[in-house]
Design a protein. Structure first.
Length: 167
C-alpha cells in the first residue's frame, strides 16, 4: 500500500516539475525567491507599432466599445517613478483618429481634465478596463512591488469632464 501511495505521489509531482522548468516570469527582476531570473523580458503580445508600443513594457490593452479609444498599462518613459522599485506601472490612453492611433496620453497629475482623468500615482496602476458605456474606467492600484495589495478603483469621466476617483 505504501508503495502505491509513493508511486501515485511521484506521478503527480514529476509532471509539475517538468512543466515548471524554465517557466518565464513577466519581467526581468520580478522573479520568485530562489529562481534563476530572466535577462530579457518575454514578448507579451505582437507589436502594434508606433506610437502605441514603446521601449518599455506595454500590456493589458483594452478598447472602448466603439474601438476608438484604447487604455493600457505601460512602463514607458514618462510613467511616475515608484520609489524604491525599478518598475513604474501607469495607465496610458490613445485615440484612433484619421486612420491611425495617436500618441498615448499619460493619465497622470499633469493631464488636462478635458482630455482624460488623473489616475496615476507613484503606486502601480494596472488592469485597466472600460465600462460598457465607456464612462467609467476600472483599474487596480497596488503598492509598488507587492501584488497582494490590490485595491480595485473606478473613475467616472466623460470626455471633457473628469470625475472623482472612487474605490
Amino acid at each position: 500500500m505504501k508503495e502505491k501511495c509513493l508511486i501515485l505521489r511521484l506521478c503527480s509531482v514529476v509532471p509539475v516539475l517538468i512543466l515548471a522548468h524554465g517557466v518565464a516570469n513577466a519581467m526581468p527582476g520580478m522573479d520568485m525567491p530562489g529562481s534563476r531570473g530572466n535577462e530579457v523580458a518575454p514578448p507579451i503580445s505582437e507589436s502594434m507599432g508606433e506610437p502605441l508600443n514603446s521601449p518599455g513594457a506595454d500590456f493589458e490593452i483594452t478598447y472602448s466599445a466603439d474601438g476608438k479609444t484604447a487604455i493600457f498599462t505601460s512602463t514607458r518613459p514618462g510613467s511616475i517613478e515608484s520609489p524604491g522599485n525599478p518598475y513604474n506601472f501607469d495607465i496610458w490612453m490613445s485615440h484612433y483618429e484619421k486612420g491611425a492611433w495617436q500618441t498615448p496620453i499619460h493619465l497622470g497629475p499633469d493631464i488636462d481634465p478635458s482630455v482624460g482623468p488623473n489616475i496615476n500615482t507613484s503606486a502601480w496602476e494596472l488592469e485597466p478596463s472600460f465600462s460598457d458605456d465607456g464612462n467609467v474606467i476600472y483599474f487596480t492600484r497596488y503598492e509598488p512591488g507587492n501584488l497582494s495589495t490590490g485595491d480595485r478603483q473606478e473613475i467616472h469621466w466623460r470626455l471633457g469632464a473628469a470625475g472623482q476617483l472612487r474605490s
